[in-house]
Ligand binder design. Structure first.
Ligand code: TEU
Length: 525
């Protein structure tokens, strides 16, 4: 049962690669495109449908690629355009789609557009960025930037005695999307990659594009938050519709937005009417919640209310390159991380995996002298290099790596886990194999069937949940407690997969769940 009634991304699992940390073949301590090509067999065997690459464009790397100096070329530390074309071809050979990370809100200050813009007040590109007159002691407004936090979002440029806006670091000036020339130039950067065969884009801080023309102060009570988390204007929706229309010039592509707003209701607005803005938007509130049954009940209810009931596809993320990995966030316990995998891949919607979570990685300990993240180091631990092999270097072609390896890198390496049927990697492979064979798991809705004593369970089905009609029907049950529990009502169901390495597959659930266990089960035949 693998008929796909809708677009590919509705049933896909998308795997995020942070290219600097994936695999180094050149020996410079930083991952590269040829390393990703070498890793494609691992990714294809894992069983995901698409890879999303964090930015690989030319960049001075102040924000490790989220500061783009040329939107239409590959940074030499990652390789060449030829390497990129080969990567797309090799990925497509393995039925893996390729999604790029497009950073339209700001460029690098080294981008020729900004170099021109800052050169004089009458330069033709002056208005491509947000400039404000004034004096060095009077900020244009009270916005604060993200990197480092608590600093103003404005930088004084003595060359022309004016302020420019930067929601992130001063090396990341905000582009002025109100200028139609900017929008045309940025649309062409999309076409450049679409013409090369990419399957879509993850669009960085897309909600931030439209700035209030008055650049008014934010209310005093939220002025301590980075301004990027507060910007949400109607103008942005016009720009997102334009972006979508460019992507729609090509068949079968996807627009995924990083809408960094902290309320699902506001995020959902960026799906527009359902077919004129984003196809998918990250729903970060779920990621920021704890490992608790009540919180996940709220997440599922919220997904239904804000997304599914409106015909929008929900997304789920547990880990990414901006936050501590979920294993680390949830206390470091491997049993919990494994249960989280069973939960994530059993949720209704499009799940995103962050490279290394299939190995159960924890964040690296990064000593103060090794911090490289412009946010002050908060994001370095989750960006630790992926350990591929057992032994020194872990398969990296370099004696040193740009960040230290995560803890227990030998045990967590791809090599060690590939050989072990009880490993976290084996669990992810099994989950993804089952998911790809089940319409209920890929496409079905959900119905909560149990929500007390720390156990949350839901049923995924297509074609109804009448057990006699052969409908595809799967129970997902998660014990969020560290105690064994008896879980009534499904005693005669058969376990398809359990997060617990000792639970034999196909064993009858019997109503008992082990501490920190999550499982999928099928109705009795
Ligand atoms: O992140 C946007 C963003 O606002 C948050 O990630 C947040 O500001 C940050 O985690 C604070 O520590 C995107 C990218 O995901 C991130 O990696 C980039 O640094 C940022 O945009 C700028 O392009």
């Amino acid at each position: 049962m693998t008929t796909e009634p809708g677009p590919w991304w509705r049933s896909a699992v998308i795997y995020q690669i942070y290219p600097r940390s994936f695999r180094d073949t050149s020996g410079n301590g930083v991952g590269d495109l040829r390393g990703i090509i070498d890793g494609l067999d691992h990714i294809a065997t894992l069983g995901v449908d698409a890879i999303w690459l964090s930015p690989v464009f030319t960049s001075p790397m102040v924000d490790h690629g989220y500061d783009v100096a040329d939107y239409c070329d590959i940074d030499p530390s990652f390789g060449t355009l030829d390497d990129f074309d080969e990567l797309v071809a090799r990925a497509h050979d393995r039925n893996l789609r390729v999604i790029l990370d497009w950073v339209p809100n700001h460029s690098s200050d080294a981008h020729p557009w900004f170099v021109e813009s800052r050169s004089s007040r009458d330069n033709p590109k002056r208005d491509w960025y947000h400039w404000r007159d004034g004096t060095p002691d009077r900020l244009p407004n009270n916005w604060t930037r993200a990197f480092p936090p608590d600093e103003p979002a404005w930088t004084w440029d003595a060359r022309t005695d004016a302020w420019y806006l930067n929601l992130f670091s001063p090396e990341q000036p905000d582009l002025n999307w109100a200028n139609p020339e900017v929008r045309l130039a940025m649309a062409d950067t999309l076409r450049f990659w679409l013409d090369r065969g990419v399957d879509g884009f993850r669009i960085d801080v897309v909600h931030g594009l439209g700035k209030d023309p008055a650049l008014a102060d934010v209310p005093e009570e939220v002025a301590g938050l980075p301004a990027v988390a507060l910007i949400d204007t109607e103008l942005t929706h016009d720009y997102v519709r334009e972006i979508r229309s460019v992507i729609d010039e090509y068949d079968d592509r996807v627009a995924i937005g990083e809408v960094f707003l902290l309320e699902s209701a506001r995020i959902a607005k960026y799906y527009g009417t359902g077919d004129d803005e984003l196809h998918l938007a990250f729903n970060f509130p779920a990621m920021f919640g704890p490992w608790e049954a009540e919180a996940w009940r709220r997440n599922l209810d919220g997904a239904e209310e804000h997304f599914t009931s409106k015909g929008f596809q929900t997304t789920w993320v547990l880990s990414n390159h901006d936050n501590p990995r979920h294993r680390t966030r949830f206390g470091g316990d491997e049993a919990v991380a494994r249960a989280a995998a069973v939960l994530l891949l059993g949720l209704p919607g499009t799940p995103f995996l962050y490279a290394g979570e299939e190995l159960g990685l924890e964040d690296a300990e990064v000593p103060p002298e090794a911090i490289v993240d412009p946010s002050g180091g908060r994001r370095d631990g989750c960006r630790a290099p992926i350990p591929w092999t057992i032994g020194p270097g872990h398969g990296w072609a370099s004696p040193g790596t740009w960040l230290p390896f995560p803890p227990e890198a030998d045990e967590h390496s791809v090599e060690a886990q590939s050989a072990d049927p009880s490993s976290t990697l084996a669990l992810y492979r099994r989950l993804l194999t089952l998911r790809s064979a089940s319409d209920a798991l890929r496409l079905g809705g959900h119905e909560i069937v149990h929500d007390h004593d720390g156990v949350l369970a839901w049923r995924r089905s297509v074609g109804g949940t009448d057990d006699t009609n052969g409908a595809d029907d799967v129970l997902v049950a998660v014990n969020f407690t560290s105690e064994p529990v008896v879980f009534e009502g499904f005693a005669d169901w058969n376990s398809l997969v359990s997060s617990h390495p000792d639970r034999a597959v196909a064993q009858v659930v019997g109503g008992h769940m082990m501490p920190d266990e999550a499982l999928w089960a099928a109705p009795p035949r």
